[in-house]
Design a binder for this molecule. Sequence first.
Ligand code: HEM
Length: 451
Amino acid sequence: MINTVSLSLDQAPPISIPFRFFLTAPLFAIGAGLELLILGDEMIATRWSPLTLGLTHLLTLGVLGMVMCGALLQMLPVIAGSPVPRVMLVGTLTHLLLILGTLLLTISFLSGSVVVTLAALTCLGICFGLFVIAAGIALWRLVAPGVTIRGMRLTLVALVVTVILGMAAALGYVGIAPIGHLSLVTNIHLGWGLLGWVGLLLVSVSFQLVPMFQITPEYPSWVKRYLPSSVFIGLFAWLLLKLVPVMAWSDAPAQLAVALVVSGYILFSVTTLRLLSQRKRRVPDVTLLFWRLGMYALVLCALLWIGGALFPPPDAAHYFSMLLGIGLIQGVALSVINGMLYKIVPFLCWFHLQNRQMALMSMTVRVPHMKEFVTDRSAKRQFHLHLSGLVFTLAAAVAPLWFLRPAALLFILSNSLLLLNLAAAVQKYRATFKLLTPPAPGPTAGVGGTG
Ligand code: HEM
């Protein structure tokens, strides 16, 4: 049984807010897969091709950012008990501007057009500005924040740094503003995006969700207390050592700062894998497969980075960064997000229906169990597609001629099935909700209907 004691479920926003983000994300993933299928040859040849940059942002903004913004709007009131102000307005605008901004940014990479770039930056700037202010108010008004909330605060700061550096890189990319050392700015931007914004949210949310959904023991308190701040300090030191010229006298301190971040993530993945092996519930669960895959991928990415730092690959730097990017985005982030969606979506459906039933005091309609919203069989099928898609994409980084098209096809299939599974859950929710809606008063039942 899921332990919901520490949650303020009565503060939850309307279900349509998180769901619109969760259902849009697989559409962007399918779009990215189609781009890879149709135009793939050019993309995998270099990290810097406009098509690769477009594909990266369809995934990082359209999929990861989409789910993460939706999840934060949902979780802040529930975990922290601190509602996001004007959540309907903020949720609707963030969602629409993120869709529009991501599409425009992808087009701007392809076209190099100054007008489209400025339009993309305006949409994304307003989108993230609004989101950060609203989520920031909810996070910083808390007087005694717990570990998850402190971690979320760091996540939000990481998002601000990522967006500012991304905007600077975009202005430099199309030549609007002269940005010296563009590749350095880009590297810091992607480091803060993946290891700060995405990684820190994953860590802080796991502290709450892994014990709750996987019925494991709690994370050790020293891990909860020091891990997010150590990763953040490492990232901050790296930023200063790289960007402030007086500090850039040698690369060794910057490498040490990244080593601190990488060790933080190794500690997190090993601890999570250990907790998952101590689950109190022995029933097999598909989300566990996604979690384990994500954590093993994280360890492998960390080892790849260490290998690359100790023995820099002279002729294979391209493969190295490609494998690391695919491992972190598709292997770690998408796996865990996929697994989380299969827990969060059924949980929200079940919880909102349960609330509705209580409010109406109507026990004639049965509220489905969480497992009935997304069946294990269908979720497992999608896990296998996701796993094979990952293996083929990794292989495509090395031998694109052979593996690129099958990888793209598997990725499209996996995300289409994810979309179908989530849509089926929402459909079931709607059907049950309808049964729980009292019939509208007939013409004779009104005030004047004395019969
Ligand atoms: C306002 C939002 C964003 C903008 C305007 C933006 C812009 C850019 C630009 C212009 C580049 C390429 C720079 C160059 O060619 O030198 C880039 C690269 C990159 N960005 Fe972003 N970005 C944004 C958000 C994000 C986020 C949230 C993430 C991750 C979660 C991210 C991950 C990356 C990655 C991984 C690369 C490197 C791609 C590659 O090596 O092929 N970006 N970004």
